[in-house]
Design a protein around this ligand. Sequence first.
Ligand code: SF4
Length: 407
Amino acid sequence: MYRYPRSAYIHIPFCHRRCFYCDFAVVPIGDNIDSLNGNKSDTVKDYLTYLKKEILSIKHKSPLSTIYIGGGTPSILDPTQIEDLINIFRKYYGIDRGAEITMEVDPASFDEYSLNGFINAGINRFSLGAQSFNDEILKKSGRRHTKDDVFNSCSWLSKAKNENFIRSWSLDLIQNLPESGTNIWTIDLKEAIKFLPPHISIYDLIIEDGTVFKKLYDLGKLSLPNNDESYENSALTSLFLKQSGYVRYEISNYSISGHQSRHNRVYWKGLGWWSFGQGSTSSPWGRRLTRPKTTELYKEWVTNQCSLALDESLLKSSFKEIDLDEKIMLNLRTSEGVNVRNLMKEYGWSDEKIEGNYLKLIKTWDKYLDGGLLKNEGDRFFLSDPKGMELSNQILIDMFNWWEKIN
Ligand code: SF4
C-alpha cells in the first residue's frame, strides 16, 4: 500500500473566451491560438513554469494510476507542452502500466492532427466538452464551436478508439440550457449516441453568480426550461441512455461496461489525490486545499510553498479527514450508494454512538424511502433512478441538518 495519493489533477486555466455560464478559474486568451496570445505566448509558458515547479515540489512522490488534465481548455496547449507535463510525472512520480491518462478537449481548439499529437504524448482517454448539438443554443451559451465541430471531434475520437489508439472517451453535454426544451434535448441525446461514446457525462445547468447567464437571468431575459420540463429532460436522459446500453453509475455519469472514469471515482470515494494549478483543489489526506484562483496569486503561492517545502505542509498530520456528512454525500451520488453503519465504524464511532445517531438519520430519510426516492438493501442506501437521482437535494439537505444537530 502506498501512503501517498495515486492520482493527480492538473489545471490548465486558459480558454479562448469565457462561456456565458462559466465561473471557473479561467484565463481568456483570445481566439487565435497561433498568435502571440496562444500556446506559445509568454503567459502560457510562464504559467507552465510555475505549474512544473509545483509538481516537482512534492518530495515523497508515488507512482500514479490516474492523471486528469482539465481546465479551462487544455487542448489550447501544443501536444509538446502536454507531453512535457506527462514526462515530468513519468520521470519523477512514475506512471503505472495501464494508468488512465485523461485530457479535456474542446471541439473548437483541436483537429485530427493535434489529437494524434496528444495521443503520442501519452493521453489514452479524452473528455469532449460538446455541451450541445444545437448551433443556436451553442451560440447563445457563448461557445465558440458549432455542431459540425462536435461531429468532427466525435468522428476523430471514435476512429481513434476503434483503432485502439485510445482506451476510452467521454462526451459531455449540459442539460437544461436556455431554450433547450424536451424536443431539442431529445435530438441532442439522439445525436450523442450516434458515435457510440463509451462514456457520457450530463451536467445540469447551474446559474452561477458573476456569469453572463446570471445577469440575463436577473433581467428576466433567460428562457430556461421550467421545473417540470427540467425533470422531464432528466428523466428522459436516464431512460434514453439506459435503453441505449448505458449504465448510470453516478448522478451525472453514464458508461458502457468497463468505461467508468477511474479518476472521478477517486473523488467520489474520498480517496487522496494531488492537484496542481491555479484554483485547483487537492485532497491528499482527506481535508481539501484550494489554490488561489488568479494567476498572480497562484504564482506567489507556489513560490512561497516551495520555499516552505510544500510537501511538509501537506503531511498527513497537518490534515483532518473530511467530515462524515461529506463522505455520505459523495457515496450517495454513486449507484452503489452508501453503507452508513460501516462508514460510522470506519470513522471510529462506538457502538453506542452509532445506534442512536444511525436511527435518527434513517428517521429523517423515512419519507424518501416511502416515496421511492431512496432505496435500501440492509444498511446500504442508494438513490432510485431517475426520481431519487434527480431530486437528491432534499435528501442531502436533511442529512446535513441531521449532521448539524448531532454535532
Ligand atoms: S471552455 Fe469550459 S472552462 Fe472555458 S470558459 Fe467555457 S465552460 Fe469555462
